[in-house]
Design a protein around this ligand. Structure first.
Ligand code: NAD
Ligand code: ZN
Ligand code: ZN
Length: 346
């Protein structure tokens, strides 16, 4: 089968021919119908050798959807041919966190050598992929896999961050979204769908700002050193109850720090290398700072239900498997509108 692999540190990913994997006991093989490209892949491929921990070669893709193609020994609960999405942050399945569905916070995954597909285990950017357990599959029903696949990360990650701040976002509140890319443009829609907040979106790119407005942002601002002052002005000096930073770089964290309200929340989702000093002499009184990771199994079901209800969607740029390196280049350059999705059948 064809697969998109990161093979050499510092090089571009390559489209290669590899053996089609067979599902072991308890595993499921999917014929991939769609796979999304995340900025985290760019981050991983930008790491120097001494910090790179994902194994080589690495079949990329941690947003996956497919049709159940073959069942390993003992697998029950899914039928061959069934359309499914893959829950990516695999955990041990047995600990307290996993039992609640919060496998994204499984404390045992690292010691057991369990890694998400595309971030250690072979990922979804291939004609076929192996899913380690049936609990990591969510039925898609009649949702279109190409339109839906990125909800497994670009939808689930903002949803998880927003749900944990829901109490701070009643009518009359303000939420700031920094970075209207893959995660941000879905985050804006989720905020509109499940909170009463006025949404202010920031980006450095005018086209992303018009996308932000199209998907529901009430206000859009260029992300520069004056943005925090403009957010203060829009909120009568109070600031934003919650700031979702989907960039996480030093300048955006500074905007977050300067624009969050007293007793507000900063959610650092982006992994742009910034650190935010938190304490009496930095952040406003009562403010809390959190760096959430991905989301829970039940939250993924809720995100898919929001899509089913027509409340959220992903703006998709569609590519064939052979075009994946080109799509990664565009992602790196910041010129993807919404999410790049690879369709192996194209
Ligand atoms: P993306 O490339 O699709 O979007 C990033 C957006 O940020 C772009 O629109 C870009 O123009 C904008 N941007 C860049 N610099 C900016 C600045 N200084 N101010 C405002 N906007 C700016 O990326 P994505 O796939 O949406 O991922 C966003 C971030 O979230 C990445 O750092 C990614 O690695 C991270 N991520 C984290 C998690 C998690 O679990 N915490 C999960 C997925 C992705
Ligand atoms: Zn991701
Ligand atoms: Zn666990």
């Amino acid at each position: 089968m064809r697969a998109v692999q990161y093979r050499t540190i510092g090089n571009e990913p390559e489209v290669v021919e590899v053996a089609t994997p067979d599902p072991g006991p308890g595993q499921i093989r999917l014929r991939v119908t769609a796979a999304g490209l995340c900025h985290s892949d760019s981050f991983v491929m930008g790491l120097p050798e001494e910090q790179y921990v994902y194994g080589l070669p690495l079949t990329l893709g941690h947003e996956g959807a497919g049709l159940v193609d073959a069942l390993g020994e003992g697998v029950t609960g899914v039928e061959v041919g069934e359309p499914v999405a893959v829950y990516g942050p695999w955990g041990c399945g047995l600990c307290h966190a996993c039992t609640k569905g919060a496998e994204n916070y499984c404390p045992r995954a690292a010691e057991l050598g369990i890694a998400p597909p595309g971030l250690g285990a072979p990922g979804a950017l291939a004609e076929y992929m192996i899913v380690d357990d049936v609990r990591h599959l969510v039925p898609l029903g009649d949702l279109d896999p190409v339109a839906t696949v990125s909800l497994t990360d670009a939808g689930l990650t903002p949803y998880h961050a927003i749900v944990s701040s829901l109490g701070a976002l009643p009518a009359g509140s303000t939420a700031v979204v920094i970075g209207a890319g893959g995660l941000g443009h879905v985050g804006i829609q989720i905020l509109r769908a499940i909170t009463g907040a006025t949404v202010v979106a920031l980006d450095v790119n005018e086209e992303k700002l018009s996308l932000a407005r199209e998907v529901g942002a009430h206000h859009v601002l260029l992300s520069d050193t004056s943005a925090a002052g403009e957010i203060r002005a829009l909120t009568g000096g109070v600031g934003a109850q919650v700031v979702f930073d989907f960039v996480g770089a030093p300048p955006t964290l500074e905007t977050a720090r300067k624009s969050v309200a007293l007793d507000g929340v900063i959610q650092i989702v982006g992994i742009g290398g910034g650190l935010l000093p938190t304490g009496f002499f930095s952040t406003p009184m009562g403010a809390s700072v959190r760096a959430p990771y991905w989301g829970t199994r039940s939250e993924l079901m809720e995100v898919l239900d929001l899509a089913r209800a027509g409340a959220i969607h992903v703006e998709v740029e569609r590519y064939g498997l052979d075009q994946a390196p080109e799509a990664y280049r565009k992602l790196h350059d910041g010129t993807i509108r919404g999410r790049a999705v690879v369709v192996p059948g194209d």
